[in-house]
Design a protein around this ligand. Structure first.
Ligand code: GLC
Length: 484
């Protein structure tokens, strides 16, 4: 029996190299967790996980510790494109950064125009496979994430006779189904990836990166058990629900974990007062510091409601803004931190203009301030219309900020009604209002509130349990190769 299972993990972004959204948190911590997974979780099999990322411009300009590894051509119609691979390390995980013209010419990780992104990520996906063919290290599993790296999985189908790639099994983690990579066979075909012919996929989906990956993957992993069920329904399935139901035997929801070392109110140097479940009193000073910093009335009896993250329709920012406008009879302060959709950003700014003594709309990304908000605000609002997993609610609970969330996806799987937070059944203004009217009196009773805070802070969101479930999938996919 072999005792090392080798996994190449592909992602568009990963902390600390580059971060736009939640994918970076997962891609920066899951490979490390898998590599360090105690053997009792893996029945003695060691997981040799390595990470491959595009060498985005931002990484390139900071990189002085990159070691050149190899160069080769990626076949493309109209002229091959050279790829360069550099090697570095993330907490013991070897990291391969792959560059080339389609990656270097992009200004940002994702662009608003889908066409250059398809070119960039198809190039990256195929360059990663070409790298594998040239390495001594031979992975057993290719683990891709979202549409950006799904083409690598689809491409494996045309390499079934390849002595190296033909043996690879594939896992596709699904972080966000609606982002499919867009229509247009341009980039895919240029790199030799023809549309699928299988009628199991709806016609419109046969040339889109994500559906092609979902079609070809050996295992599909949505980022929470509830989301894994939701995508099989017309409401959340984005037109692929029928196809996904036909693949339901290969779908397993696994909740993301949290990097509990990076997110720890007991050691967080961004907090004026550190605190913990046994010694929570520091929270009050943090709340005061937060109010002071944002020039809000410094009253610790007024609950601070907070939202942090992408300001877009998925996150239900509009729902929160409308609910608050209708709740002026109640005491609250509201802080929103994040950016994305210009119309929603404007609506948030308007709320601040109308209620300057209660509202702060901070339209930006600010990692340092986000920690003070988690550690000082009282309630964390997530009226997300859908939420594959969600990380902010886990951080909020760990920092004693009680979540008020729509019962969907990972929110439903991580927040316990009446114990660690408050859940509502429909992503609608009325449901959120009704739930806030339920939560505010609990806040007014310090003992009851402390109970919610303690339960949330004590919940274990760390990675090992989730990583162990990935380990089970890897082993089951390779059981014919002598791992079991
Ligand atoms: C996406 C999803 C979010 C999830 C994250 C990481 O950003 O919208 O729910 O937590 O991916 O999996």
């Amino acid at each position: 029996m072999r005792t090392i299972l080798k996994i190449l993990f592909l992602a568009a972004e990963a902390e600390p190299f580059v971060k736009v959204g939640g994918l970076a948190d997962v891609a920066g911590s899951l490979p490390v967790a898998l590599r360090n997974l105690p053997e009792r979780f893996t029945q003695g099999v060691r997981l040799d996980v390595r990470l491959a990322l595009p060498l985005h411009r931002t990484i390139r300009s900071e990189a002085n510790t990159l070691r050149p590894l190899m160069e080769f051509d990626v076949t493309r119609r109209g002229g091959n494109i050279q790829a360069q691979v550099y090697e570095t390390n993330l907490a013991g995980v070897p990291v391969y950064l792959i560059g080339g013209e389609p990656i270097f010419s992009a200004n940002s990780v994702y662009s608003t125009d889908p066409s250059p992104d398809r070119e960039k990520y198809t190039f990256f996906s195929l360059a990663a496979l070409e790298m594998v063919r040239r390495m001594e290290w031979r992975p057993d599993i290719l683990h891709a994430n979202d549409w950006h790296t799904a083409p690598a999985i689809y491409a494996l189908r045309s390499h079934q006779n390849d002595p190296i790639l033909g043996h690879l099994r594939s896992v596709l983690t699904l972080h966000n189904l609606p982002y499919m990579g867009g229509e247009g066979t341009d980039a895919l075909e240029a790199y030799g990836l023809n549309p699928a012919k299988d009628e199991a996929l709806p016609g419109w989906a046969r040339s889109q990166p994500l559906p092609l990956g979902l079609w070809a993957a050996d295992a599909i992993v949505p980022v929470s058990p509830t989301y894994a069920r939701e995508i099989l329904t017309p409401e959340f399935g984005c037109g692929l629900d029928g196809f996904l139901r036909s693949r339901s035997n290969s779908i397993t929801g696994i909740l993301n974990g949290l990097d509990v070392t990076a997110w720890n109110p007991g050691t967080d140097t961004n907090l004026p007062e550190k605190f913990s479940v046994v010694n929570p009193s520091g929270r009050i000073a943090n709340k005061k510091a937060l109010q002071h910093h944002l020039v809000l009335p410094e009253d610790d009896r007024v609950p601070i409601l907070a939202m942090i993250g992408r300001v877009d329709p998925q996150k239900g920012v509009d729902i929160a803004l409308q609910a608050l406008r209708q709740m002026l009879d109640q005491h609250w302060q509201f802080i929103l931190l994040g950016s994305s959709d210009p119309a929603l950003e404007e609506a948030a700014r308007r709320l601040q203009v109308d209620y300057p003594e209660r509202v702060r709309a901070l339209i930006r990304f600010d990692a340092k301030l986000s920690r003070l908000i988690y550690g000082g605000a009282d309630m964390f609002l997530m009226p997300s219309r859908y939420e594959p997993c969600g990380l902010a609610q886990m951080i909020a609970m760990r920092y004693g900020c009680v979540p008020v969330v729509h019962a969907t996806g990972g929110l439903k799987d991580t927040v316990q009604e009446g114990k660690t937070g408050f859940l509502f059944q429909a992503a609608e203004v009325d449901s959120l209002m009704e739930t806030l009217r339920r939560a505010l009196p609990v806040y007014a009773s310090p003992e009851r509130w402390a109970h919610f805070q303690r339960s949330g802070m004590q919940t274990d969101f760390s990675w090992p349990r989730s990583a162990a479930q990935y380990g089970i999938i890897y082993r089951s996919l390779t059981s014919d190769k002598g791992f079991e």
